[in-house]
Design a protein around this ligand. Structure first.
Ligand code: UDX
Ligand code: ADP
Length: 464
């Protein structure tokens, strides 16, 4: 396998889109084609107006503008792209199963399996297949099984190349990653396949940051990294509840422990709970795998990270209800933020969805403003929980394009996402237009509590 000239990526989502755009920008000699079955998504990636790209990420528009049409292409012609490429990335989604065996825990690999079958059906030349999606350990084995049993004589190498980009900082993370991890097989040609991918990344990443391991280590490292990160958030969130009962302030505690270089200062922000497409799914996967091997203590240990996170979201909602005199029925509660973190339009597993659901059970009228999330996405998210009638959900949630309108006449404001712009709002104006007492529940410890209190707000944050 010589130098890679053609790359195909199946799946034009939050992972495939930014990752391939950066590869294309950094490797002008490689033609990168991103394919997706979703024609509307591909059309949006091809939109002249870069504001319409389907993924919002700071800096992504510039990278796409640089490479699109030169060596970066978005297309729905999956077979053609597979046929042309020497290297195929699989970046399709792997949601948690919502049915059958492993429901609520195991990853649903049907999209991966479909990709493997399609690659097997189309390929006429040798291919390197790279798993990019977050996949449970031993998925490569399943892909290999499918590819090997099609009998068209093509030689496949399977690599695991987990993504570590965090949404909102994806472009920075891709341009200057802490490390790139490539897992390969020991069978003949495995080393060469790994080297081919190392070569691609080495176009802009120092070689000492590109690690190679066996496939299983690579797959498990991804799950472990996310489990450790999520565990930090659940750990500080657990302490936040204790802080609220005592005189301690969680931000001070986080600062104090974070200065211990063994602990480190990152990922210690107490919040309304972590969200995103990876943390919960990856931990559930880890739990499922551990249980499969009969490792019940290991499974229970990691499951607790999720239990703590669910508790954190729920107690945020119940605190709103309790503070508003035990009823939010018919009250307007304004949500600032719906995305699972700032600088992304992704809402998967966002805490806002669960807090909204709890408040809807209490018959609240929720008014939402988010600078990047579309209205239909918010309705979709709440309906996806399947907890009540769609019509009722629709009645309970109103989406505003203007934050001041969202907050007007509200009994309370809840900060669900840490968008920077919320800090700059005219809080006096917001206060003047709210019902009194005017409550602010800051689920991100974002706002200046002292300032808000001096305006007249009743202000509550996490862990203080
Ligand atoms: C994560 C991993 O960081 C990334 O390496 C992996 O590839 C994909 O999963 P992502 O989910 O995009 O990335 O965002 P991340 O920054 O990890 O945040 C996850 C959630 O944790 C967000 O809801 C965020 O608000 C929350 N969080 C994070 C906290 O509540 N407190 C913190 O201190 C850090
Ligand atoms: P991620 O965050 O992992 O990137 P997304 O849901 O944003 O997840 O993106 C995954 C993309 O993969 C979706 O746009 C979906 O349409 C696409 N996809 C899923 N299965 C296939 C398939 N068999 N062929 C092509 N595209 C697919």
């Amino acid at each position: 396998m010589g130098k890679i000239k053609n790359i195909c990526c199946i799946g034009a989502g939050y992972v495939g889109g930014p990752t391939m755009a950066v590869i294309a920008a950094k490797c002008p000699d490689i033609k990168v084609t991103i394919v997706d079955l979703n024609a509307a998504r591909i059309a949006a990636w091809n939109d002249e107006n870069l504001e319409n790209l389907p993924v919002y990420e700071p800096g992504l528009d510039k990278i796409v503008a640089e490479a699109r049409g030169r060596n970066l292409f978005f297309s729905t012609e999956v077979d053609k792209a597979i046929d042309e490429a020497e290297m195929i990335f699989i970046s399709v989604n792997t949601p948690t199963k919502t049915y059958g065996l492993g429901k609520g825990k195991a990853a649903d690999l049907k999209f991966i399996e479909l990709c493997a079958r399609q690659i097997a059906a189309v390929s006429k030349t040798d291919k390197i297949v790279v798993e990019k999606s977050t996949l449970p350990v031993r998925t490569a084995e399943a892909i290999r099984d499918i590819l090997d049993n099609t009998g068209n004589g093509v030689n496949y190498q399977i690599l695991s190349n987990p993504e570590f980009l965090a949404e909102g900082t994806a472009i920075e993370d891709l341009l200057a990653p802490d490390r790139v991890l490539i897992g390969g097989e020991t069978k003949e040609g495995g080393k060469e396949a790994m080297e081919a991918l190392v070569e691609v990344y080495a176009n802009w990443i120092p070689r000492e940051r590109i690690l190679t391991t066996n496939v299983w280590s690579s797959e498990l490292s991804k799950l472990t990294a996310n489990a450790f990160l999520a565990q930090r958030v659940s750990s500080i969130n657990a302490i936040s509840e204790l802080c609220e009962k005592t005189e301690a302030n969680v931000s001070e505690v986080a600062r104090a422990i974070g200065m211990d270089s063994r602990i480190g200062s990152k990922f210690l922000k107490a919040s309304v709970g972590f969200g995103g497409s990876c943390f919960q799914k990856d931990i559930l996967n880890l739990v499922y795998i551990a249980k499969t091997y009969g490792l019940n203590e290991v499974a229970d240990y990691w499951e607790q990270v999720i239990i703590m996170n669910d508790h954190q979201k729920r107690r945020f909602a119940s605190n709103i209800i309790k503070t508003l005199y035990n009823t939010v029925s018919g009250k307007k509660i304004a949500f600032l933020g719906w995305a699972f973190k700032k600088d992304t339009n992704d809402t998967r597993e966002s805490a806002a969805i669960y807090v909204a659901d709890d408040l809807l059970f209490e018959q609240a009228n929720i008014a939402v403003f988010d600078p990047k999330v579309e209205e239909k996405q918010m309705h979709y998210d709440v309906n996806y929980l399947n907890t009540r009638d769609k019509e009722e959900n629709k009645k309970g949630i109103t989406v505003f394009a203007d934050p001041y309108e969202a907050c007007k006449d509200a009994h309370a404001i809840a900060i669900l996402t840490e968008w920077d712009e919320f800090k700059e709002y005219d809080w006096q104006r917001i206060y003047d237009n709210m019902k009194k007492p005017a409550f602010v529940f800051d689920g991100r410890n974002l706002l200046d509590g002292e300032k808000l209190t001096s305006i007249g707000f009743v202000f509550q944050a996490i862990g203080r």
